[in-house]
Each structure stands twice: as structure tokens, then as C-alpha cells.
Design a protein around this ligand. Sequence first.
Ligand code: ZN
Ligand code: ZN
Length: 144
Amino acid sequence: MNNANTKTISDEQTLRGAGVRVTAVRLMIWRTIHREFSGIFNLAELEQKLPTVDKSTLFRTLGLLSENHLLDTIDDGSGSQKYCIRNPEDPQSEMKHVHFNCRICHQTVCLTEVTLPEVTLPSGYTVEDTEYVVKGVCPKCAGK
Ligand SMILES: [Zn+2]
Ligand SMILES: [Zn+2]
């Protein structure tokens, strides 16, 4: 019981710490993402987990969580926007991880142990977003 209570506080603190104004529905969406997905997910998959929340609310909340660096958006070339938790261990961290897209099975996976190197741009350029998708063959397909 006590444990569950601690968890409630920490989810709220995570959102607040990231600069997100906490509402019941945002908290529910964030918790669902945390509980249900360990890697990459898309809007349709989240919709299945939360059939009571309308799609535009889900979409807006995903955008908000991405803007506040809790989620990463991934464009893996599949044409549909995908998301993942930027840093499940430490949601406050600004550190991004690398994604790998397999050209044979077309799966995109999070390589959370590989973090993005800092990119230094010439003066006058401002970084707003960095995305790092490595393409190749995954261990499963390489073994076939
Ligand atoms: Zn593969
Ligand atoms: Zn990821």
C-alpha cells in the first residue's frame, strides 16, 4: 500500500519536474506508457491500451510529453510516428539513446545503453532536436 503511494507521487513529480502541468488524464497516459511499453510504441498501440481516452487527447499528450523530453519521437522511415520513453531509469535526464532499424525484419529497437554523442554545430545554428537511427541487420536476422 505504502509502496503504491510512493509510486503515485513519483509519477506526478516526474511530470512536474519535466515542466508538464499535471492533469488526471496526462498522469494516466504517462503511467500507461510506463507500465505497458518497454520500447517503441505508436499512437494506435496506446489507443488500444486506453480505449476510453479520445485519440486527439492521446495525440496532444504524446506531443506534450515529447516537447518536455519525457518521450522521444522516432521517424524510422515506416511513415508512422513512433515514440519511446527517453530514459526509463532517469526520466529527468536529457540524454537521448540510439535507435536501430533492421532492414530485413523492419523492427526498430531502442538501444538504451548507447547514448547520443553531443553534436556541436557552427555558431548561428541552434539545435532543437536530434534523432539518431542506425540502419542495418539485427542479431536475429543476421543469424538466419
Ligand atoms: Zn531484423
Ligand atoms: Zn528509444
